[in-house]
Design a protein around this ligand. Structure first.
Ligand code: SAH
Length: 360
């Protein structure tokens, strides 16, 4: 596998990018251009299985074809601009797109797995009041190639024999507001002839864009994570402005019906604990009832502070008390340890220094 620094610098190009195409569509396009379909598979194997992106090195393609591909296509669209390593091993990358947009990805090595957290948009339009990305506002959607390429660039940073075992769409942006690119990226990640990732090792997190949830789960049986963060509409309206459009009741009703679409996979609820806002014992007591009928796991994330936010995490004692109520009610609940907060890589801290807003 190629290492991160082996790649030549990026040039602006308006040629189509191979990484924008799920394999079936690449085959169709090749056939339409008079090339045999199996060429698509050969090229996908070079790019995704061997990490080779230079046509000149694709030794099972004849020279005329290599030159034609070189003239018609590009393969790469992101460059590593900056890497920060946390004392806990977490690596945050700022990747530069050809239009100058900066994209953040976070690699999180753990004992038994290595998780990659990727972005789907530049900035975010959801404006959640406790999230640093939300304070940036929205710039643009990422392309499929830009989503897939985060995986290509970041896996080159993983020391063998480790490899990326899990991918979470929990970086910057709201994945379900970029559903087409996200769906195609998932199709590329799970295809047996490209990355061959098991769908259950992929998790997409959403604030709850209701009409897009079932279409997302129709792509592949991936995990759905939902940013819950509150037990009443009053508090959720304040934290997640989208709640005014898709309130709690409607969100949870839809998730209750999901079983047919996503059999046996639990929904992962994220609940960022914020002192004095959503951390009362009444909140904890309301949760089991709210989530009744939804196979679920609840992930508590103590608020990661960032400059520009007035919100703080609760005390250890308050977090403990909250956890105990939930565990006592028989809920499956975990506490997400903050990873990489010394480099601004923890949940909700992704925001670019250059923009000046809510610097992480
Ligand atoms: N837009 C999607 C994907 C981002 S996932 C979504 O919101 O689900 C990032 C997760 O981190 C979300 O659950 C988000 O609410 C949470 N988060 C945001 N800011 C945070 C902060 N400051 N501390 C802890 N978690 C935060």
């Amino acid at each position: 596998m190629r290492r991160a620094n082996d790649y030549p610098p990026l040039a602006m190009s308006d040629r189509p990018n191979l990484k924008d195409y799920p394999l079936e569509r690449l085959r169709e396009r090749f056939v339409g251009e008079g090339l045999p379909a199996y060429r698509a598979e050969q090229i996908a194997a070079w790019i995704y299985q061997r990490g080779v992106e230079d046509f000149a090195e694709m030794s099972d393609l004849d020279r005329a074809l290599r030159e034609r591909l070189q003239a018609d296509w590009q393969v790469r669209c992101l460059e590593i601009e900056r890497l920060d390593r946390s004392s806990d091993g977490t690596v945050k990358a700022i990747l530069l797109a050809s239009d100058g947009a900066q994209i953040e990805s976070v690699l999180i090595p753990e004992v038994d797995r290595t998780t990659l957290c990727i972005s789907t948009q530049v900035g975010c339009a959801m404006a959640c009041t406790f999230c640093a990305t939300g304070a940036l506002g929205f710039a643009r959607n990422l392309t499929t190639a830009e989503i897939v390429e985060q995986v290509c660039r970041m896996r080159a940073l993983v020391e063998e024999p480790r490899k990326i075992t899990n991918i979470v769409f929990m970086g910057m942006g709201e994945p379900l507001l970029n559903l087409r690119a996200v769906s195609d990226a998932i199709a590329i990640l799970v295809h047996p002839k490209t990355f061959a990732m098991a769908p259950r090792r992929i998790t997409v997190s959403t604030v709850g864009i209701l009409p897009k949830i079932e279409p997302l789960l129709a792509v592949a049986p991936i995990n759905l994570a939902v940013s819950l963060h509150a037990t009443t509409d009053r508090v959720r309206d304040q934290l997640v402005p989208l709640n005014r459009r898709y309130p709690l009741g409607a969100l949870l009703d839809l998730l209750r019906e999901l079983d047919q679409v996503n059999p046996r996979r639990p929904v992962f609820f994220e609940y960022t604990l914020i002192e004095g806002v959503n951390d009362t014992l009444e909140d904890a007591r309301r949760l089991p009832g709210l989530l009744r009928g939804i196979p679920s796991k609840l992930n508590l994330i103590p608020m990661n502070p960032h400059p520009g936010s007035v919100y703080r995490p609760p005390s250890e004692a308050a977090i403990d008390a909250f956890l105990r109520v939930l565990a006592g009610a028989g809920m499956t609940v975990t506490l997400r340890r903050s990873r990489g907060d010394d480099i601004g890589a923890a949940c909700g801290q992704l925001a670019l220094r250059r923009t000046g807003a809510a610097a992480a």
